[in-house]
Design a binder for this molecule. Sequence first.
Ligand SMILES: Nc1ncnc2c1ncn2[C@@H]1O[C@H](COP(=O)(O)OP(=O)(O)OP(=O)(O)O)[C@@H](O)[C@H]1O
Length: 346
Amino acid sequence: MTKKDNLLEINDLEVRYPSATLFERIRGADRFVTVLPNTSLTIERGKTVGLIGESGSGKTTLGRAVMGLAPISAGQVRLDRDTVTSQTDKLWPGMRRKTAFMFQDAVASLDPRMRLGQSVTEPLVVHHMLKGDRREKAIELLGLVGLSPDFADRYPHEISGGQARRVTVARALALEPELVVADEPTAGLDLSVQGELLNLLNDLQRRLNVSFLLITHNLAVARHVTDRIAIMYLGRIVEEGPSEQVFHDPAHPYTRALLAAKETVDVDQLISGEVPSLKQRPAGCEFRTRCPIARAICADKPPPARRIGREHLATCHFAGSLPQTGVHQTRHQPTSKPNEGNPEHE
Ligand SMILES: Nc1ncnc2c1ncn2[C@@H]1O[C@H](COP(=O)(O)OP(=O)(O)OP(=O)(O)O)[C@@H](O)[C@H]1O
């Protein structure tokens, strides 16, 4: 077996936010809420990992931690050869240059007073890395995402949501990052525009050998573009493996519940039962309060990470001993073919 070329390694990461109100503090409540309790994730160079979970499970926090934008209280983030263990580490500026973050709300992330040409080249100006003519560079970056040169002169209010997404992709690629963290890149887009954007991301990844951490609620999106899938529950990765294997034979009851419904449905609408509070995590297995197969051991002991296949892990006492499901035998088809549709008419 050839050795893996891991670009990103997140090891036993803990992120806690200050939480308590004054009243809670007087009562002696814990002043922090632990969003990521002990979370690990790896991304190989040139690969896309999809991070899936319900709202509030900690996906964005993990993405922010990779950029040094969340308070790390334990564990480490290694990108390439640099390792950091706190939010104040002096290595962050160098690491941030190798990473780009695409925010959830594309239109809001663009400055309304800036022409798009200025917006996409701004990271180069901020990092003193602009070589040559700014307008030419803007046209080159816009061309990379299928937008014609005249977009350089437009303002954000003059373009559609799909076009705004493309502009944020162009800006993310300006510094030639090794890793792009894309937070819900297709949220709010029509199905056909989603398909075009996903094809664009696929195409750019192949051409530029960039790694992607794709944060999404949408299972169809994850299936279409990812090499590996990580399923998050209350800030923990409960299942992780090659996308086809996880979709074809999910090993964790939570993943099974997510996949049992139609792929196009948003994960927040799939599982019944209330999500436990991050401040009152259930003892033992944290999913047991909603799990259809929970037994006594699930309340007694936290489950170990069990190996299902060579590169497929699930954190459940019964992973590997559940009957096979084969829930989704056929690969999801893109909603449009590469280069089909004209982004300028989105
Ligand atoms: N800056 C912050 N201060 C305090 N709590 C925060 C902060 N940012 C996030 N949280 C809390 O952390 C938890 C996880 O939030 P996060 O945004 O990471 O989840 P998510 O899975 O990305 O959710 P969504 O899918 O809705 O974006 C939530 O309970 C949220 O309220």
